[in-house]
Ligand binder design. Structure first.
Ligand code: NAX
Length: 335
């Protein structure tokens, strides 16, 4: 008879918000940590949202999901962060129409300072932290700085939504399914300076892997329309929906954490915002999105890709923005 696994504890902040509403169901039914992994869900939000959260908890119960051993709704960070194995830090003030990401920074980094301190004090030292709340890269950096007893490599920022958007654009252009396209990368910040890079991509045709350069020789489209469509996709969704991406953001958060938890197949790489070690001439000490491979819950930056001058320029621009965000964030946190 197979032995049941020990339950893990998974924290979702912003649990009464719109991303969490899609995220919770996917986590609860086993899409992230595996179909055989029982879990407790810790749902943290602010006191004013406790009434809404109560409704979410009722719905979680009504989903009748066998893997969910218990749900802990709370506005108390101690209860929320205690003993967690994985944390989705989604809760923050979302970007509204016409709002620049920079406006959000000052308001949001303080939340992540406090949550870093709470992680340090109450979470497991092995906790894997995914920051979704914007500005995600810099929030992840702040969180890590204020959690000095947790290894910095346990903190990451989400650029998987950008990667999924990029992959879908390429698939549509080629008239193939999204699963035929792999190794499309996002470099840098989850912002309009991000650099979606399809040049190292591969397209499956029959049994063959075709290099992107051969499958899609339209370099002008790749440098121009493709890049701007992906960079501005979040703003386009807000303009149409009057609310920021939620369903696709939740799916991307699940993809990110699942690959971190369970690993990536050999030869497949995904985009994650992680602490830069200076690879590809990027600024060390910022959370920069790189292509990574993952084994045994440890990510490694894919090395050895050749970057042309166009790409190098894009990496420099987004790296510069991250340096500026870091300075601003650390000065706000020091107040
Ligand atoms: P919502 O406003 O629907 O939900 C946010 C929730 O967070 C609210 O319930 C709020 O009460 C809660 N919250 C605020 N401060 C909190 C705190 N200190 N502790 C716990 N909970 C707190 O926003 P939603 O659409 O769910 O978006 C959440 C965040 O994701 C935003 O920052 C948004 O900008 C960001 N996004 C990041 C993306 C990415 O790719 N990295 C894409 C989607 C999204 O735009």
């Amino acid at each position: 008879m197979s032995q049941q696994k020990e339950p893990i504890r998974v924290l979702i902040t912003g649990a009464a918000g719109q991303i969490a509403y899609s995220l919770l169901y996917q986590i609860g039914k086993g899409d992230v940590f595996g179909q055989d992994q029982p879990l407790y869900l810790h749902l943290l939000d602010i006191p004013a949202m406790m009434g809404v959260l109560e409704g979410v908890v009722m719905e979680m119960m009504d989903c009748a999901m066998p893997l969910v051993c218990g749900v802990v709704p709370t506005a108390d960070p101690v209860e929320g962060f205690r003993d967690v194995d994985a944390a989705f830090l989604v809760g923050a003030m979302p970007r509204k129409e016409g709002m620049e990401r920079k406006d959000l920074l000052a308001a949001n980094v303080k939340i992540f300072k406090v949550q870093g301190q709470a992680l340090d004090k109450y979470a497991k030292k092995t906790v894997k932290v995914l920051v979704v709340g914007n500005p995600a890269n810099t929030n992840a950096l702040v969180c890590s700085k204020y959690a000095p007893t947790i290894p910095p490599e346990n903190f990451s920022a989400m650029t998987r939504l950008d990667q999924n958007r990029a992959q879908a654009q390429i698939a549509a252009r080629l008239g193939v399914g999204v699963d035929a396209v792999k190794n499309i990368f996002i470099w840098g910040n989850h912002s309009s300076t991000q650099y979606p890079d399809a040049r190292h991509g591969v397209v499956k045709k029959g049994n063959d892997d075709i290099k992107m350069i051969d499958a899609l020789p339209d370099q002008a489209w790749l440098q121009d329309q493709f890049v701007t469509t992906v960079q501005k996709r979040g703003a386009a969704v807000i303009a149409a929906r009057k609310m920021s991406s939620a369903m696709s953001a939740a799916k991307a958060a699940c993809d990110h954490m699942r690959d971190w938890w369970l690993g990536t197949p050999d030869g497949s790489y995904v985009s994650m915002g992680v602490l830069s070690d200076g690879s590809y001439n990027t600024p060390p000490g910022v959370i920069f999105s790189f292509p990574v491979g993952i084994k045994d819950k440890k990510w490694t930056i894919l090395q050895g890709l050749s970057l042309d001058d166009f790409s190098k320029g894009k990496l420099e621009q987004t790296g510069q923005e991250l340096i500026e965000e870091r300075e601003e964030a650390f000065s706000v946190c020091a107040d």
